[in-house]
Write a protein that binds this ligand. Structure first.
Ligand SMILES: Cc1ncc(COP(=O)(O)O)c(C=O)c1O
Length: 454
């Protein structure tokens, strides 16, 4: 099997380190299916600038600056292509994909599956995506367009148990190689190194250019597989006062109170505590309402005239928001606003969060609102603006030793009882050194990749 050229972590963190000919080819290629785009799995754009937006305080109602790193320009339109690449690459390096007939199986609620549909064939494999039948029509279409097979399991975003059951059946066939984002540390390592590393570099750059002045005071991320939140571990290792804040839907408050339920925030709230979530390092948990997130996305996409008229936000700022925020992006933003309020953060306390995908995945969701309520009115816009500026309906829980222990113990039911992990493996996850050891493996992986290229 001929493998494509594969980038290292360092080259994705800082694409200016990529060999000049490769970088030029990646920038020049207009074929979205060209494997050279593996080198564009980065938080920077083709001008080597970070893609981010700083939210105006008129919208957030808080003094702490909220910096949103934007993922809409990753090769598949979401940062989840990164963990896919990272997990597949580690399987390759471990010799698990020698069999030419190997089919990569991606359990997902959408964006990891879209990433899998794209990455698999780029690296010479067939892809099969397992996702719940109620995910948005746009997700199914993208997966099909990349040529992957699909198995649709019963239910919605939070029905991950049904996905696991399907994957356990698929495991019986040796050609199926399961890329389980919820348990594979390639997911953790990508976000620790690339998302966390990029957040550090971005804030340093914002300070150097006098755009902002201050330190990262919090990293906020809603959990799906809980890969993205690993960026917080990197930021906290660099600056121990940085808070790590997890977000989940009020309608499915799994960590908050062992809660369950369906909800509309695609990509997060998967009704279990994932194996790769370093719960002992999490400082705060915020739960937000799903309908507020959907309506907030509608406001940022369709209500920009209202935002200009009611809040005086400059047109040129609003123009940069087109297609940038999906539902879970708004969930993260609301979580960041709640964080600023909870800790009473000031202007020099920078909160970093992520817009994990753009609006291109959700026109059908907004269409449903139109069918029910018609176009966005001034009254509707004011209600949505209020939910950013004066949000009060969120729930907050501190990460005390007691809650952290409970979050850890919750892993037992999914992972030891159902998915075959041992108690020793579970107990190992409680130790902070387990996680720092995982993060430290990136250098070794980079060396192996460079050796393959030479
Ligand atoms: C749109 C969206 N937001 C957030 C997430 C959560 O990211 P993570 O799985 O890294 O926790 C996902 C994951 O699939 C997603 O698709």
């Amino acid at each position: 099997m001929t493998l494509p050229l594969m980038p290292t972590f360092q080259e994705l963190l800082d694409p200016s380190l990529q060999p000049a000919d490769i970088r030029a080819r990646a920038k020049a290629s207009t074929d979205p299916l060209d494997p050279i785009h593996l080198f564009r799995i980065s938080w920077t754009n083709d001008e080597d600038q970070f893609e981010y937006r700083i939210l105006p305080p008129e919208l957030t109602g808080v003094a702490a600056p909220i910096v949103v790193m934007c993922a809409y320009r990753f090769p598949t339109g979401s940062h989840k292509v990164g963990p896919v690449y990272s997990c597949v690459r580690e399987s390759l390096l471990a010799g698990e994909l020698e069999d030419k007939s190997a089919k990569l199986v991606f359990p997902s609620t959408g964006n990891f599956g879209i990433g899998g549909a794209w990455v698999g064939p780029r690296m010479g494999f067939r892809s099969l995506v397992v996702l719940p039948e109620e995910m948005s029509a746009e997700r199914f279409e993208k997966i099909r367009n990349y040529g992957a097979e699909i198995i649709a399991t019963p239910g919605c975003e939070s029905n991950v148990k049904e996905i696991y059951d399907c994957v356990n059946q698929l495991k019986q066939s040796p050609e199926n190689k399961i890329q389980n984002q919820f348990e594979k540390f390639g997911n953790y390592r990508f976000h620790y190194q690339i998302t966390g590393g990029s957040a550090l570099r971005l804030v340093e750059e914002l300070n150097q250019t006098n755009v902002l002045s201050g330190k990262v005071a919090a990293f906020v991320s809603a959990m799906g597989s809980a890969g993205t939140i690993a960026a917080g571990d990197h930021l906290k290792a660099a600056n121990p006062s940085c808070k790590i804040v997890g977000v989940e839907p009020i309608q499915c408050p799994t960590l908050y109170n062992v809660g369950y339920g369906g909800h509309q925030i695609e990509g997060i709230g998967d009704k279990h505590v994932t194996w790769v979530h370093n719960v002992r390092n999490m400082d705060l948990l915020v739960c937000v309402d799903d309908q507020t997130c959907v309506e907030g996305m509608q406001l940022l996409q369709e209500g920009r005239d209202h935002l200009a008229a009611e809040l005086g936000i400059a047109e040129d700022v609003l123009a940069t928001w087109d297609n940038v925020f999906g539902i879970s992006s708004v969930c993260n933003i609301l979580g960041a606003i709640a964080t600023a309020r909870h800790y009473e953060m000031e202007e020099d306390q920078i909160i970093v969060t992520v817009a994990t995908d753009g609006f291109d995945r959700y026109p059908s969701v907004v269409e449903r609102i139109h069918q029910k309520e018609g176009p966005l009115t001034q009254k509707g816009a004011l209600k949505r603006i209020d939910s950013f500026r004066h949000a009060s309906g969120y729930w907050v829980q501190e990460g005390t030793m007691e809650t952290r222990r409970r979050w850890h113990n919750q892993k037992y039911f999914t992972w030891v009882e159902q998915q075959g992990k041992s108690l020793e493996e579970l107990n190992a996850l409680w130790e902070p050194t387990f996680w720092s050891d995982q993060a430290a493996m990136t250098d070794e992986i980079d060396s192996a990749i460079l050796k393959m290229r030479s």
